[in-house]
Design a protein around this ligand. Structure first.
Ligand code: DC
Length: 223
């Protein structure tokens, strides 16, 4: 079997990682794994089971129940214990609590193990915060996305509005800034650019031009 090709895309929330990852996966016939969805899935599980209220997490009970949390991707659909939660994991309620859950080393180890399996037997485009630094330090291509915070807030606000969520651009921007801070300063696997990652400023590209630019990089690495 040909060795799988792994593309790691890291960067802050709403910089367009998932859009880029989806476009690349489609063009290359690779699987796409949105690792943020997995942290969101664990957060939603905690909320559904009353383990997370007002940003207070019952870490001990959550950790004792990790093996009861079954996450699965099927195309763009994301399943938590057999239920399609693709829309629910994007809610502000989940966004406001996810950084807390993502900072727990045992939760990270639980999800990283699953992410590594997903990239072991198939070519994959995986996006997140620590894919090029921790999950796949030997990825064939690493990208690090940045974008202006106001553009990121508008993007996420537009996505939430399309789902009829009642929120404001201000609220979304504050949440992004808070998560940027928590995700970049946590002790375990903080959001940092890998030394060998290619930096990309999403503000400088259209969706298509960024995808095509990266496809050129893939072709170079493959040749
Ligand atoms: O990409 P996103 O906004 O859906 O990610 C949700 C949260 O999950 C984000 O605040 C940080 C966390 N996360 C992480 O810690 N490591 C990853 N590989 C992916 C996401």
């Amino acid at each position: 079997m040909k060795k799988p090709f792994v593309i790691a895309i890291d960067g802050a929330s709403s910089t367009g990682k998932s859009t880029l990852a989806k476009g690349l996966a489609k063009a290359l016939g690779f699987a796409h794994v949105d690792s943020g969805a997995m942290y969101r899935g664990v957060t939603l599980y905690a909320q559904q089971n009353d383990l997370l209220e007002n940003k207070t997490l019952n870490t001990e009970v959550l950790l004792s129940q990790l093996d009861d949390i079954h996450l699965r991707f099927e195309g763009d659909t994301f399943w938590l214990n057999g239920v399609d939660v693709s829309a629910e994991i994007r809610s502000m309620q989940v966004s406001e609590a996810v950084s807390l859950v993502a900072a727990i080393p045992e939760v990270r180890a639980f999800l990283v193990a699953q992410q590594r399996i997903m990239g072991a037997n198939q070519s994959v485009v995986m996006d997140g915060r620590d894919i090029g630094t921790v999950v796949f330090p030997k990825a064939d291509l690493k990208l690090f996305l940045t974008a202006d915070v106001n553009i990121r807030a508008q993007r996420r606000f537009d996505e939430l509005s399309a789902q009829n969520a009642s929120t404001s651009v201000e609220e979304v921007r504050n949440n992004l800034a808070e998560r940027d801070h928590l995700d970049s300063t946590r002790a375990d696997s903080p959001l940092v650019q890998a030394a060998d990652a290619v930096p990309l400023d999403a503000t400088q590209f259209t969706v298509e031009s960024m995808r095509d630019h990266v496809l050129d990089l893939v072709a170079e690495r493959l040749s």
